[in-house]
Design a binder for this molecule. Structure first.
Ligand SMILES: [Zn+2]
Ligand SMILES: [Zn+2]
Length: 96
């Protein structure tokens, strides 16, 4: 089950479970669409994988399976992220 983390790891933007802007990698590193497009260029800074839109859990199911309240806030380190970008930017996730 997805954790549905509450904020963007890079900029801290709130990403409630019904946000259409939340993006996740396979490890559920969670970012807003803005950061993914303009800063991360679809490269997860933690694992190097691609990011996809987080599916939305419907409201009734959130009662039984509530979203995570634990904020993971880890803005990118520009130098080490640039190294990762050099390696993976422009290469589709399925070919990395
Ligand atoms: Zn963000
Ligand atoms: Zn990741």
């Amino acid at each position: 089950m997805l954790e549905l983390r509450p904020i963007c790891e890079n900029c801290g933007k709130k990403l409630p479970p019904n946000s259409t802007e939340a993006m996740i990698c396979t490890y559920e590193c969670t970012f807003c669409a803005d950061c993914v497009e303009n800063i991360l260029h679809n490269v997860c800074p933690n694992c190097g994988g691609g990011l996809e839109k987080r599916p939305i859990r419907k409201q009734a199911n959130l009662i039984k399976h509530p979203p995570s309240t634990k904020e993971v806030y880890k803005p990118i380190d520009k130098d080490s992220f640039n190294n990762l970008l050099k390696q993976f930017q422009g290469i589709p996730p399925e070919l990395r």
